[in-house]
Design a protein. Structure first.
Length: 519
């Protein structure tokens, strides 16, 4: 990260810069007559790749103590440095002088006291050393004056800049907070769309009941939500429900079939005897034979139904006499729609099995943008719970629709998404950016820096460690979690990317927090 140095001369104070942070006894601002030792206050904000330093101190005077309030923030997690040593170094022709603070007075705030022994220009460096952490903040040249009067004459009083929003380190550290540097990035022209993560057309199957019956487990645990299955795995069994309502009706059907068969046999025998006497034609005999055979078949069928019912009752737990339910494809059980022991009708959905390793992103382009779409060169998309944008190349596009959905007035564009890690949930809503041109270098900030303020997009710029400015910005293309800034920001400035709403609320309150590190 490009190192930035901000030197802010706050002007003459009416006391020894008495605003109190972190449990000091001094509160408010001093009043009364100026003393001969009052000095202008200096403030520096500086960043390294790993840390942010905000330090306040009185102007340096030879032989006089300049108490420093050094606020040290570890950028990873934006946390106050809770232990370690902070050293203020003055380097120049007279050599090097070092002034140490061996521990913070409160987490994040160190108070070394500088007492230079020689006047002239010196280089001010702040060293930070802690277990597993090291940073050097080179703050540039400062002047060591002969007297406080000389310091006051050299550093004229300046009015405080208007529009500043105070937001103290003690307010920043406890919340989720973070900043980023405004810098040029490779930005591609994009079209914004909404979308969702869906299964492939051949990547999801609902297992249904082939017949009506009772769902059973066949000696294995019934499939659970999230369970991995392989194609043709036995998921469970279905004990068919027969047409007869109960055992009594099946017994009655067998008895009735027996009676019909006995009647048909007697009729056949009677007609065959009459045929021998020439009293009946051959056709009537053949009809009687056919009726007897039909009665025999009906009896056999009724008996089989009765036997099957009894067998299912006795052996369904062992999987005999049942219909097997097998996995139609390899995947994950993403929905369980029935419990073991439940009776279901034929065609009822039982389980949903989805191949989660390869999914589709179905983007929906608004009809107003269809004319500008062309052939997408790829896409990126964001889903809730995943911080970084997921990038898709041009070869991931499967289909570009040719018909606008009359209900949603959108055109579908479908991309293949590798989901081997299974981090993307099926059905997740996605913010999609379809790549619609060649990339270019542009000033950009993370989208998380944007705040919609009464219909205008604003960002909050950190002008020094505990002071911010509200800026209205004009935006361009959005790409991979960043947005192009056409006006309102300059390269090298720091914008709030996490905690921007807290800064906005601080600005809306209109009050200045109780503030101070007694210098």
């Amino acid at each position: 990260m490009k190192r930035l140095i901000t030197l802010l001369i706050l002007g003459l104070l009416t006391s020894c810069h008495s605003h109190s942070h972190g449990g000091d006894d001094d509160h408010g601002h001093g009043h009364g007559h100026e003393s001969a030792d009052e000095r202008p206050a200096l403030s520096f904000t500086h960043w390294t790749d790993a840390s942010e330093l905000f330090i306040e101190l009185p102007a340096l005077v030879r032989g006089q103590e300049s108490p420093c309030a050094a606020h040290v923030t570890k950028l990873e997690g934006f946390a106050a440095l809770a232990e370690g040593r902070v050293s203020v170094l003055l380097r120049g022709d007279a050599g090097e002088e070092r002034f140490d603070s061996q521990a913070p007075t409160v987490p994040g705030i160190f108070r070394p006291v500088a007492r230079p022994t020689a006047t002239g220009r010196r280089r001010l460096v702040v060293e930070v050393r802690a277990p597993g952490f090291s940073a050097d903040h080179d703050l540039g040249e400062v002047m060591v004056f002969e007297s406080a009067e000389a310091a006051r004459q050299a550093i004229p009083e300046e009015p405080e800049a208007s529009g500043r929003i105070p937001f103290l380190k003690e307010q920043q550290w406890p919340i989720e907070f973070g900043t980023a540097v405004v810098a040029e990035r490779a930005i591609r022209p994009t079209l914004r769309a909404t979308g969702s993560v869906v299964p492939r057309s051949d990547g999801e199957v609902v297992v249904t009941a082939p017949v009506a019956g009772r769902v059973a487990t066949s000696g294995r645990a019934f499939p659970r939500l999230g369970e991995r299955v392989t194609a043709n795995d036995l998921l469970g069994v279905l004990a068919p429900r027969l047409e007869a309502a109960d055992l009594a009706s099946l017994d009655l059907a067998v008895t009735s079939a027996n009676l019909e068969l006995r009647f048909a046999e007697r009729e056949r025998q009677r007609l065959e005897a009459l045929r021998g006497e020439g009293a009946v034609p051959e056709r009537r005999v053949q009809d009687a034979v056919h009726a007897a055979e039909a009665a025999q078949a009906a009896l056999a069928t009724a008996q089989r139904r009765l036997d099957q019912f009894r067998r299912v009752q006795q052996t369904a737990g062992r999987g005999e006499g049942t219909v097997q339910l097998r996995a139609p494809l390899s995947g994950t059980v993403t929905e369980v729609l029935v419990a073991p022991g439940a009776f279901v009708e034929a065609g009822a959905p039982l389980l949903r099995v989805t191949d989660l390793t390869q999914l589709w992103l179905e983007a929906r382009v608004p009809e107003a943008d269809v004319g500008r779409l062309g052939t997408p060169r790829g896409a990126s998309f964001l889903v809730e719970g995943i911080d970084e944008a997921i990038e898709l190349g041009a070869d991931a596009m499967i289909a570009r629709g040719s018909r606008v959905d009359p209900r949603t007035q959108t055109l579908p564009v479908v991309f293949a998404v590798d989901n081997a890690s299974a981090r993307l949930p099926v059905g997740a809503f996605a913010r999609v950016y379809l790549v619609n041109g060649e990339e270019r270098a542009a000033l950009a900030v993370p989208e998380s820096a944007l705040v919609d303020d009464s219909g205008m997009f604003v960002v909050f710029v950190q002008v020094e460690g505990e002071a911010f400015e509200r800026r209205v910005v004009r935006l361009g293309a959005r790409d991979r979690g960043y947005v192009e800034v056409l006006s309102g920001l300059r390269a090298g400035e720091h914008v709030v990317t996490r905690g921007a709403w807290s800064v906005k609320l601080a600005a809306s309150s209109g009050s200045i927090p109780a503030h101070g590190h007694a210098h």
